[in-house]
Design a protein. Structure first.
Length: 365
């Protein structure tokens, strides 16, 4: 991962002073001083515009961050928000999650902005989560190449998220521009969509300074940006039920429940010479769920309606979603679990789905 060059505020003035003392003897002093003053004035204008509505020196901004074109806009996180414990926790949880997912790739992320902006890590992360290969160059050094890779990766992300109603709060320019807010929005969405085995801190918001240039003048505004909401939304958890109690307080009885459900599903799947021994893994691709619904309701499910040998995460989600539709057609309530939960081997979600079937069809021969 390429690191951003360190910037020292003392180097540039020192060098300019040295050049002026030397080149002044050649007669170029006035022109150089004029240009230096214009740059200095513009930098000072930017700092004043940002610091004016706030306490002194609360925004530590690099001079180049204020050199905007007309109508250009730039955002930065208020440093006070960066020190918020919940904000720090969110970043740590996401970094640890990425590193856990990519441990086999020997990729270690230390700083989100520096390690994710070029698309390389995002590509590996999405490929691992979605179980698919993206058609992109492995290594790209040029800015154009990086943005092309990033475009391909983000298009694949959008194809996954948009059908589920996600609002896209990032783009190629903001990610490549190392905009931490955009990167966090993207990672939170991926973690939630793929049911990451992590607990995101809830109600995380940051104060964002928005700097715009209008008619040659810098204008600032302060807005609150929400990164996560409540636990229910963040973790997709529903109200507690018997399975929450079972997992939390009676794990010794879990094997009994699993054995009963295995007996139930095999009673019907055996008619197709199929047998289940592991509930969480063998129902994860949705095939057995679809076939089981056909057997329970006594109808043949056309093969073109689902993937008999699903290969990608999307195809598995399609199968489970289709099975859920069949369940609702059969008079069952919409399952509390999400299709993604079942695909991601969430045992509690799979048990909830199968137990609903057991409750209604346990007497079906």
């Amino acid at each position: 991962m390429s690191a951003q060059p360190l910037r020292s505020p003392t180097l540039r003035p020192h060098r300019m002073k040295k050049e002026e003392s030397f080149l002044g003897k050649l007669g170029g002093t006035l022109a150089r001083k004029k240009k230096a003053k214009e740059v200095s004035d513009l930098q000072e204008e930017g700092k004043n515009a940002i610091n004016a509505p706030m306490n002194p020196s609360t925004v530590d901004i690099h001079p180049e961050d204020t050199l905007l074109e007309e109508n250009e806009e730039r955002t930065m996180i208020d440093p006070n928000s960066k020190e918020d414990p919940k904000f720090k926790e969110l970043i740590k949880v996401l970094i640890d999650w990425i590193n856990d997912v990519l441990v086999e790739e020997r990729i270690i992320v230390k700083q989100l902005e520096e390690d994710l902006y070029d698309g390389q890590v995002l590509q590996k992360l999405l490929e691992k989560l979605a179980d698919r290969k993206l058609n992109v160059a492995e290594v790209t050094q040029s800015e154009i190449g990086q943005k092309q890779k990033l475009q391909t990766v983000l298009e694949a992300v959008h194809d996954l998220l948009r059908p589920h109603g996600w609002t896209i709060k990032w783009n190629v320019d903001s990610i490549h521009g190392k905009n931490l807010i955009s990167i966090l929005h993207l990672l939170v969405a991926l973690a939630m969509h793929f049911r990451a085995p992590i607990r995101l801190p809830e109600h995380v918001s940051v104060q964002v300074v928005v700097v715009r240039k209008r008619e040659g003048l810098l204008q600032t505004a302060h807005v609150s940006e929400e990164l996560t909401t409540t636990t229910e939304v963040v973790t997709f958890s529903s109200e507690r039920d018997a399975f929450d109690t079972l997992f939390d307080h009676a794990p010794d009885k879990l094997s009994v429940v699993k054995k009963s459900l295995i007996t139930f599903v095999n009673k019907h799947l055996n008619k197709l010479n199929l047998e289940v021994t592991e509930l969480e893994t063998q129902f994860a691709d949705g095939v057995y769920l679809v076939l089981l619904m056909g057997l329970l309701e006594d109808y043949f499910v056309p093969l073109h309606n689902f993937y008999l040998t699903p290969e990608s995460f999307d195809q598995k989600v399609h199968n489970v979603s289709f099975a859920f539709e069949l369940m609702q057609d059969g008079g069952l309530k919409k399952p509390k679990a999400r299709p993604e939960d079942v695909v991601n081997l969430d045992l509690k979600s799979t048990l909830r789905v199968l137990y609903n079937l057991f409750t209604k069809y346990k007497n079906v021969e």
